[in-house]
Ligand binder design. Structure first.
Ligand SMILES: Cc1cc2nc3c(=O)[nH]c(=O)nc-3n(C[C@H](O)[C@H](O)[C@H](O)COP(=O)(O)OP(=O)(O)OC[C@H]3O[C@@H](n4cnc5c(N)ncnc54)[C@H](O)[C@@H]3O)c2cc1C
Length: 382
């Protein structure tokens, strides 16, 4: 009997299995994960602190229940060390496991910026539920936190922690928040509302050193200035986990290279989620994962189906100043135009033909994301 093995128990791994089960109740599925295999909502990690949720409180369905519900074999705490694509075998911490078809849903690693100082290793990042448990424990008694990075995850944590009464400094080498997602006029809208919550922005600088200090850490910034803090959180970005795929000889670029059917350069190996680069795009968000998982489930069930991605705006969880954005590729041709400027801004990225290829909505305009999405063109179909 054919066996499908899924590597990863995050949103991508579990969603593809759930979708597959709607189409085929019989096919044998084994899901491997080096973590506990509990199902939780990763986006909740950056707004759970103010709600006083601990890691256990974030678990939506425990691993054993997931396995029962989905009718799968679940191997948690099982690390995959190597993929033997020629013989279709996985080398794992639980031994060797054969597969007929393999789905890689391995996620992404937080980027670590090299830092000097005797406490450089104490810098935390929060990319999974175990990280969140460590972060919560480390926050005991902390009154000030320094966040490295003013992107989506840094801004969400800054808003959440400030709302919980923690003093926050955000340190970012760029000129304004959310700079990789939005134009300057939109990003700067967050500065004042966050400052009103007590967020101290440090733009144009980065952290150079982290040293232990009596009540936490002493940071030295790239301009020589110093900052005392109780905890340092790094939120400088994620890098797709491609190591296993690369070592197995699969094509890898920014992510594991797959076509629209989520198929890698090896016929029986697929990839989706944060580890994948689908038709040249890395799409590390919930909506694209759901679309990719539905398409891949059909393919696995015997109906070869390419993933079709609609316009997928990203909602940034910053209630201090709401944001919805349809990001634009770095090399996209066109320009940002301001459509409205009140309590926030409404901006659209227009190409030469006047079509909307992206948008940035902040403040009172963030609620217009569905209307704007209807006006925008689907990337790659312009
Ligand atoms: C703090 C935070 C907030 C976010 N907020 C939003 C949001 O508001 N909206 C949105 O759209 N997106 C958001 N995202 C992004 C979104 O959560 C991710 O795109 C998505 O959860 C990734 O799912 P995944 O299954 O691809 O990866 P993961 O959830 O990282 O799962 C990877 C799995 O692979 C396993 N694994 C990896 N390597 C191995 C190995 N060698 N052996 C065995 N198992 C292995 C891991 O244990 C894990 O189970 C957020 C992300 C973060 C970190």
């Amino acid at each position: 009997m054919e066996s499908i093995v899924v590597l990863g128990s995050g949103l991508a791994g579990y969603t593809v299995v759930r979708e597959l089960r709607k189409l085929d109740g019989d096919i044998a599925v084994t899901l491997l994960s080096r973590d506990d295999g509990d199902f939780y909502s990763k986006p909740m990690l950056s707004n759970a602190y103010a709600q006083r949720k601990d890691a256990t409180g974030l678990v939506q369905t425990p691993a054993a229940q997931m396995a029962r519900q989905l009718g799968i074999q679940l191997r948690s705490r099982c690390e995959v060390n190597a993929i033997d694509a020629t013989n279709k075998r996985l080398h794992t911490s639980h031994g060797v496991l054969a597969y007929d078809r393999l789905v890689l849903a391995a996620g992404a690693d937080p980027i670590r910026i090299p830092l000097q100082g005797d406490a450089a290793d104490a810098v935390l990042s929060v990319n999974d539920i175990a990280d969140y448990a460590r972060f919560r424990a480390a926050m005991q008694g902390v009154k000030h936190i320094a966040i490295m990075g003013g992107g989506l995850i840094g801004c969400e944590f800054a808003n959440d922690l400030a709302a919980a009464g923690v003093a926050v400094s955000v340190i970012d080498p760029g000129a304004y928040p959310l700079a990789s997602l939005m134009p300057e006029l939109a990003g700067t809208q967050l500065v004042q509302p966050f400052a009103a919550l007590g967020v101290d922005w440090r733009f144009g600088v980065s952290v150079s050193r982290v040293d232990a200090a009596p009540a936490g850490y002493a940071l030295t910034l790239s301009d020589g200035s110093r900052l005392q803090t109780g905890l340092v959180l790094s939120a400088v970005g994620l890098r797709p986990r491609t190591g296993l795929a690369k070592a197995a000889g699969l094509a890898v670029n920014r992510g594991i290279v797959v076509d629209a059917k989520l198929r890698s350069s090896e016929r029986d190996i697929y990839a989706l989620g944060d580890c994948a680069e689908i038709d040249g795009r890395v799409l590390p968000f919930v909506l694209p994962i759901m679309h990719a998982a539905r398409a891949l489930a059909k393919t696995l069930a015997g109906d070869e189906t390419p993933a079709a991605f609609p316009v997928m705006p990203v909602v940034v969880k910053t209630p201090a100043h709401p944001v919805a954005v349809l990001p634009v590729a770095r090399d996209a041709a066109g320009e940002w135009c301001t459509l409205a400027n009140g309590n926030g801004v409404k901006m659209a990225f227009m190409d030469a033909a006047g079509r909307i290829g992206g948008f940035a909505l902040t403040g009172e305009y963030a609620a217009e994301r569905n209307e704007m999405a209807k006006l925008a063109i689907v990337p790659g179909q312009g």
